[in-house]
Each structure stands twice: as C-alpha cells, then as structure tokens.
Design a protein around this ligand. Structure first.
Ligand code: NAX
Ligand code: ADP
Ligand code: K
Length: 512
C-alpha cells in the first residue's frame, strides 16, 4: 500500500496542475467524492447534518460536502469554526453555498445553547476543521469544539484527517475528533496506517479526486505497513539441495555473569530463525552454563574480566571468528564496562558483515555515537524508547510525539537501520522508508523479549536476507510468535522463551 506524507501529497497536487487540473477542481472533486461516500453509507435525505469547517482547504472541502448533502435533501448547517475561509478556492466554495438554504453559523458568534441543541438533533457530522495542514496540539477553543463533536451520537465523518491528528506522525491531541469514517483524499497518509492514530479514523475510505496517475510518478511511499505478504514474499523457501553452509553463520557476542539469559535467548532465537550456524561468543562461565540449553550452538568460550564480562583480551579470538561469519549480533547482556566499550568499538570497526547491535551494545554506542561513522558494515540498531533516548539525547516525551521523523533522520545521518521497539515497533530503514509493525501484545513487555527479537533479526541476516528486511520482518515474526505464545500461555503467564517456541508455528503456517 502506498502511503504518502503531507509534503509528498502537496507535490502530487502540484504535479496534477501540469495535467490541466486546478485547485478548485480538486476541492470540488474531493467534496463531491466525500458526499458520495456519505450517501452510499447512510440515508441523507431529510437528515440533519452539521458540517464544521475551518479556514483552510479542509474547510473548503467541507463547504462542498455541505452543498452536495443539501442537494441530496439533507437539512444542513455549516459551522465556521474560525471565521470566513482563507484560501482562494475555499472562498469560491463559500460563494457557491451562500445563496442556498444552508445556515452558515459563526462559531464565536453563535449561542452555545443553540449549537448544543442542534448537535443533539444531528444525524451526521462532517469534520472539516483541519486536514493535513494540522500539526501539534489543539487550542482551547478547538478542544471544546472537538469535545462537542465527540460527545454526540451522530455519525462523524472526517475529511482526510480527523481534526487534531497530525498527518505524518499520527500524533493525536487528547481531544482530537474520533471519527466513524475518514475519507482519505487520493492516497493514504501516515496517520491512516500508524497504530497511534488509526483508532481515531474509524473506517477509512480512499476517494479518487481526479488526480491523474502521472502526477504520482516519482513519488515513493515512505511508510510501509508490514504484513504477512511483505514478510513471506521476502523469506525464500529452503532449497531441497541446500546444506548448513547455505544458511550462513551468525556470531553472537553476548552475555556476562549478570546477564546469562540474554546470551541463551538471543542464540536460541537465531537458531529458530533458520541460521545454518550460530556461535555464541561469551565468557567461559556463560558458555558452560548455556551449553545444556544450546546443544546446537557452537561455543566460543572467552576470558572473563573482573566484573564478570567478556575481557578485552579476547579481541583477537573474536576478530578471527568474525572473519568467517555472515552476520554479527553484539550487545545482548554484555554489560557496560570499560572493557565491553573498547570491545564493541573495535569489533564494529573491523566488521565487514551485516551487524545487529542490541541492548548494552547500544548503550555503549550512545557514549560515543561517532563510532557509527567509523564502520565499514551495514548496521541495525534495535533500541527500545529509553535506549533511543540515549542514542539521540532526546527526551522520551519528544520521541513519542515524533519518533518517525527523528528515527528517519537518525537512520539517514548514521547510515543504519533503526528498529524502534515499542508496543508498536517501527523500523527506520537506511533506505529512507519506515516499516510499521502491528503484531505483538503486552505479554511481551517482559525482560528478555528484546533478546529474542535481536536473535531473530541476527538469524535472518546471517542467511543473507538484506538487513532492512531482516529487521522489519524480524519484528513482525517476533510479534506474531508472541501472539501465539499469549494464546497458549496468556499475556500474564507467557515468557520470552515461549516466543521462541512459537516461532516454528509462524513458519509452519506459511509453508517455510
Ligand atoms: N492535497 C490535495 O491534493 C488536496 C487537498 N485538499 C484539502 O486540503 C487539506 C489541507 O489544507 P490546508 O493545507 O489548507 O490545511 P488545513 O485545512 O488542514 O489546516 C488549516 C490551517 O491550520 C493551521 N494549523 C496547523 N496546525 C495548527 C494548530 N496546532 N493550531 C491551529 N492551527 C493550526 C495551518 O497553518 C493551516 O493553515 C487536505 O487535508 C484536504 O482536505 C483538497 O482541497 C483537495 C486537494
Ligand atoms: N505492549 C507491547 N506490545 C507489543 N510488543 C511489545 C510490548 N511491550 C514490549 N514489546 C516488545 O518486546 C520487546 C522488548 O524489548 P526490550 O525492552 O529490549 O527487552 P529486553 O531488553 O529486556 O529483552 C520489543 O521487541 C517490544 O517491541
Ligand atoms: K478534518
């Protein structure tokens, strides 16, 4: 599904002007298409309809809808929330509606009691206050208006965007309009697919507003909703004549005395994701302890430092193992010590294969972010929100509002892929795209789930699957296996290790 950003939509609109389209025609088409959807979905003739119009082009679309619904027999009132229209084409739409028997009400001048009464009798509300031009938060006046809209029993139809939701981030003001139906003009925008905002949209319809297909040429969708088709069209079936060497070698540098489980979970997950060989490089003690649970893994036991972590003296052995690896996973349960810092930096500088950095690997990088610019390999970072905050030195609150832009900028600046783990994980690809994941559940909010994800991505990357796909597909598989685990063991009772146990079921259901 192609999802275009606000600025891309503006570009498409501008391109369409080259094909004898005009802004006024686009607005007329948008309003007409929206009115048609409304007529198709509900009875309009004789119904009470209230259209809330802002001053921008979204408001102009609303004026067209009002005219069309009036022509279909509805009793229509237009509430101008911010006075007269401000754009040329919206002004023209105002002139067209003026002679009609449609009441035009100025919100500020109107008696609140009349409005309340009108809304109580209203069957259909059209929200044309703000469209793609909105960003940030609603002011007090608009919050009140949205509260009025949300407080009715009428069907609420949002034009393009439920007012109060920001187009590209999906960030919704707490009073944003909650629509029953949103009519997206021409294309889906990020808010129509982002998990944070889809709940505000209700049913989403796309309306053809007459923009010629040529106007879309050269516009590449930046947001991708990861689904089964996306994942399994990219994960090849295993060839009958293949052998273990066909599926790559993952080197997993993980674990310390404090965090042994992280080494076990990540290694196990990588094996379950189909890698040919997985080598666990860890302290002797971790390797010895892990062996009974990791019978199929290769062990690279290393010298232990004073604090129970992998000693820096082990660097030569690690670099030798790295030579033969098709992917590297580094960071799970490593601990942050002087030794592990030096180790991570040196390994990253020497790696030539794809690298996945998780957990303490990320924490170590956050202390010296420029290390990312001194590498010769493709890197995936898998930070949760706190780790992303350390990496970007931005507060979590800001990340929550704008992590798509921030993540994309970070990925571009450092030339890496960033898996932003959260209830809804989003992967910012080094290719400039944003991959949105919707699988997973709150039963996964337990220590160890992230180690499982890192292992899955590492296992996929080792097999030669390109890193962005490995990251986006890994998050999807992880969440789906987590959903199976929750069905079997409940969200309260499930354990991260059971996400790994359910991974085969995900593959089985998809003939892999
Ligand atoms: N892109 C296209 O091809 C078309 C777009 N059309 C409509 O045009 C809309 C976009 O119109 P506009 O760009 O005029 O903008 P909007 O009508 O979405 O917003 C109006 C104004 O609100 C202001 N604003 C933004 N954030 C605010 C905040 N937090 N508090 C208060 N004010 C804020 C903006 O400065 C903007 O001028 C689309 O959503 C769509 O409905 C249609 O007319 C058809 C064609
Ligand atoms: N509410 C949730 N819904 C879906 N997935 C979740 C939820 N909470 C956590 N997860 C997933 O669980 C994993 C947790 O990772 P992380 O916090 O790094 O754990 P750890 O480092 O302890 O293993 C991430 O992949 C995250 O997306
Ligand atoms: K709107």
């Amino acid at each position: 599904m192609v999802v275009v950003t606000n600025s891309q939509m503006k570009q498409i609109e501008e391109n369409s002007l080259k094909y004898s389209m005009s802004m006024k025609r686009l607005m007329e088409n948008a309003g007409s298409a929206a009115a048609m959807f409304i007529r198709r979905t509900m009875e309009v003739d004789g119904k009470f309809c209230t259209v809330f119009c802002g001053r921008g082009n979204n408001g102009g679309d609303g004026l067209v809808v009002a005219r069309k619904l009036y022509e279909s027999g509805a009793n229509v009132v237009v509430v101008l929330t911010d006075g007269d229209p401000a754009t040329d084409q919206a002004k023209e739409m105002m002139e067209l509606i003026a002679p009609m028997d449609v009441a035009l009400v100025y919100y500020e001048k109107e008696d609140p009691a009349y409005l309340k009464e009108r809304l109580e009798a209203t069957d259909i509300i059209v929200d044309a206050i703000y469209g793609t031009g909105f960003h940030g938060q609603l002011d007090e006046k608009h919050r009140k208006i949205c509260e009025l809209i949300n407080g009715t029993t009428a069907q609420v139809i949002a034009l393009d965007v439920p007012s109060g939701v920001t187009c590209d981030t999906g960030f919704a003001d707490e009073y944003a309009v909650i629509a029953d139906m949103t009519i997206a003009f021409d294309s889906y925008k990020p808010l129509h697919v982002l998990p944070v905002s889809v709940g505000y949209c209700g049913e989403i319809k796309t309306a053809d507003i007459g923009i010629p297909p040529q106007a879309h040429e050269g516009i590449e969708g930046q947001f991708i909703l990861v689904d089964n088709e996306f994942v399994f069209s990219r994960l090849p079936k295993r060839r009958r004549d293949s052998h273990k060497g066909s599926y790559g070698k993952l080197l997993n540098i993980a674990g310390s005395q404090k965090y042994m489980g992280a080494a076990i979970l990540s290694t196990m997950a990588a094996m379950r994701a189909g890698a040919g060989y997985v080598t666990l490089a860890s302290t002797k003690e971790v390797c010895r302890t892990a062996l009974p649970s990791l019978l199929e893994a290769v062990m690279l036991p290393l010298k232990q430092g004073k604090e129970g972590h992998i000693s820096y003296e082990s660097l030569p052995e690690i670099l030798e193992a790295l030579e033969n690896s098709t992917a590297l996973l580094i960071g799970n349960g490593l601990d942050v010590t002087q030794d592990t810092c030096r180790l991570v930096y040196e390994v990253l500088k020497n790696a030539k294969c794809p690298v996945i950095v998780d957990g303490d690997g990320i924490n170590v990088i956050s202390r010296n972010i420029d290390i990312l610019k001194q590498t010769n390999c493709n890197i995936v970072l898998t930070p949760h929100m706190k780790e992303l905050s350390r990496l970007t030195t931005l507060p979590i609150e800001q990340l929550k509002q704008d992590r798509y832009t921030i993540g994309a900028n970070f990925a571009r600046e450092y030339g890496c892929t960033v898996v932003m783990k959260d209830a809804y994980t989003a992967t910012a690809g080094a290719d400039g795209r944003m991959y949105i994941n919707t699988t997973g559940n709150a039963g996964m909010a337990k220590a160890g789930s992230g180690d499982v994800l890192a292992g899955i991505i590492g296992g996929l990357a080792a097999q030669g699957i390109d890193l962005v796909t490995a990251a986006a597909a890994g998050a999807y598989l992880h969440g789906l296996a987590g959903n199976y685990a929750a069905c079997k063991y409940s969200q309260y009772g499930m354990l991260p290790r059971e996400i790994i146990d359910q991974l085969p079921k995900v593959f089985l259901h998809n003939d892999r």
